[in-house]
Design a protein around this ligand. Structure first.
Ligand SMILES: [Zn+2]
Ligand SMILES: [Zn+2]
Length: 366
């Protein structure tokens, strides 16, 4: 069943400035010409130019005799962006939005983010770091970029025709001013109710001062896999990195723990729905810990896309493939049934539901 099309403009987490978080999203039934949601804006025009050189038909085949003035270019693609959706305002997630803010084509575009993300972005569009190119005033015709807060209030907000978003707050480490928060989005295709989860940078619950991932997994669990079959989550560092130097990010060891937590929540959600349906004895039972075998296959039908891997030019293979393999290796003994993929720059995901990668590595189920 159709849901979304996604093009990965960038999926890295630094230091390669040509491959930073940037995803173009549209509902499957619409055309790219009808409008696009830019989910994160680390890499943008420049990265897309290289992707389109390698794969000129990534937005669909065009007739050979097409009028050159109607040709799709990175500029026309970003002109068609109707809104930006930002998890937080670190530079690797906003860089291309900032660079293009004065020259981007098309009409007015909303910038959706948490109130804190927007306040942080204001410090960039401050007439100091960069000119003041965004406003909260929707009626001001002098500005093309309009801040629009999306609150973590449990509700879905329509941000684009047929797309609504629920935002949840997650922890991204701490700095001198305290805890640093990022956002996690449940992105819903309104006609089919199918969703995917997109995490901003996030630290493991086992390390966070205020663990918040558990709330995301609890919200997701009852929907897996039928209404929610894809999760995009960071795994910035390779395995074995000490907790003290995670800087608010995940490594494979922690990603595996998060997946086990998710699988546990799915088991609990299924039990509780059976109990609501009257299929369980009425007598109140003490909740027993869930044995590892009970998690086998629980995440079948779920695809997890690893992203935001921090480039290490010392490795021969792309770092996200190295980290992806480490995650698969660590997940395998748990036999959760999850399919683990890497989000690769230039990858197109979608067309059909459940999520079929059109370009990308073949997968193992772990
Ligand atoms: Zn980042
Ligand atoms: Zn960050």
């Amino acid at each position: 069943m159709p849901a979304f099309d996604i093009i990965v403009v960038g999926s890295g987490g630094g230091l390669d400035e040509t491959n930073l978080s940037g995803y173009l999203v549209k509902p499957c039934e619409a055309s790219w010409d009808d409008g696009i949601v830019a989910l994160e804006a680390g890499s943008g025009h420049g990265a897309l130019r290289h992707i389109m050189k390698r794969n000129p038909d990534i937005f669909g085949e065009r007739p050979a005799d097409e009028d050159p003035s109607k040709r799709i270019t990175p500029f026309t693609v970003y002109s068609n962006v109707k809104c930006f959706l930002l998890t937080h305002a670190h530079l690797d997630h906003i860089g291309s939005l900032v660079m293009s803010a004065g020259t981007i084509g098309g009409g007015s575009k909303r910038i959706y983010g948490s109130p804190q993300t927007l306040r942080d972005l204001e410090t960039v569009f401050s007439d100091r770091v960069w000119p003041r190119l965004a406003t909260y005033d929707e009626t001001n015709p002098l500005f093309r970029l309009v801040y629009h807060a999306i609150h973590a209030d449990g509700k879905y907000k329509t941000i684009f025709p047929n797309i609504s978003v629920r935002s949840m707050t997650i922890s991204h480490g701490k700095n001198d001013s305290g805890l640093y928060e990022s956002s996690c989005f449940f992105v819903k295709h309104i006609p089919t109710k199918h969703e995917f989860i997109f995490f901003g940078d996030v630290e493991p619950d086992s390390v966070a001062i205020k663990p918040k991932n558990i709330s995301v997994w609890r919200a997701a669990a009852p929907k897996i896999p039928h209404d929610l079959s894809a999760v995009f989550i960071e795994c910035s560092y390779p395995a074995g990195r000490p907790n003290e130097v995670l800087w608010g990010h995940l490594s494979p060891d922690h990603l595996v723990q998060e997946m086990i937590t998710l699988a546990t929540e799915v088991v609990l959600a299924r039990k509780s729905s059976k109990s609501r349906a009257g299929l369980r004895p009425k007598k109140k039972q003490k909740r027993n810990p869930i044995p590892p075998e009970a998690l086998h296959g629980v995440l079948t039908g779920l695809k997890v896309y690893i992203m935001h891997c921090k480039e290490h030019f010392s490795t021969e293979r792309p770092i996200n493939h190295v980290i992806g393999d480490q995650c698969r290796e660590l997940l395998k003994p748990h036999n959760l049934g999850v399919e683990l993929l890497t989000a690769d720059q230039g990858m197109k995901i979608g067309e059909l539901f459940p999520w079929l990668p059109i370009v990308g590595p073949t997968l193992d189920v772990c």
